[in-house]
Design a protein around this ligand. Structure first.
Ligand code: FMN
Length: 191
């Protein structure tokens, strides 16, 4: 079982990373965490050159991330609430989503490499309330729609994923309820 963690924050080793790392503790699996803070992700230029190749011509780390996602059995995304999520993470959704979008014009029947791959969501925010829920809904929609992945839900509110509360770095580790819910989600993802 290979688990890939994708951390959407530009704040390296911030709350989104800390809760994911804490929740993964003790699970027997091959694990890797990619923090977007440590990689280079440019936005999509909509050049369409990937139309026949499903490869992007922009030289940055997106192909590396896409390959890691393809190799993983499950992906767990942990990101802060911004407006609604960090723009760098939106750029990653765009870039990988564009590969699907353009290639499906060439071959409408092709199977995208991420199609049906299970993923789970953690969203950290200062308030932990409605704004975080909006980020969770938007993120779930975009990943399902643009990457064709299969959302694994949690068994209690807010069902689409886990909402954790924290603002200063480390504060999220006080949210024991969210950590417990994140562990249950990882267990479900590993089935
Ligand atoms: C640009 C920006 C926008 C934010 N917007 C919100 C928001 O709308 N609601 C909220 O509760 N927290 C908001 N936050 C707070 C972060 O979600 C919070 O500090 C989180 O712990 C950051 O996670 P990180 O340490 O992984 O970066 C925002 C933070 C930044 C930098």
């Amino acid at each position: 079982m290979r688990i890939l963690g994708l951390v959407g924050s530009q704040r390296k080793d911030g709350n989104s990373y800390l809760i994911l790392k804490e929740a993964l503790e003790g699970f027997e699996a091959e694990m890797e965490i990619i923090q977007l803070a440590e990689v280079n992700v440019k936005w999509c230029d909509a050049c369409g050159l990937c139309k026949s190749t499903m490869r992007c011509v922009i030289e940055d780390d997106v192909e590396f991330i896409f390959n890691k996602m393809k190799e993983a059995d499950v992906v767990i995304i942990s990101t802060p609430r911004y407006l609604p999520i960090p723009s760098k993470f939106m750029a990653l959704i765009e870039r990988i989503g564009a590969l699907y979008h353009y290639y499906s014009e060439t071959d409408p029947n092709f199977k995208f490499p991420l199609e049906g791959k299970p993923f789970g969501l953690l969203v950290v925010s200062a308030g932990g309330g409605r704004q975080a829920l909006e980020a969770l809904k938007e993120l779930a929609f975009q990943v399902i729609h643009c990457w064709r992945m299969k959302l694994v839900t949690v068994d209690s509110y807010p069902y689409l994923g886990v909402l954790a509360k924290g603002e200063e770095v480390g504060e999220v580790l006080e949210d024991e309820g969210a950590i417990d819910q994140a562990r249950k989600l990882i267990k479900k993802l590993m089935i």
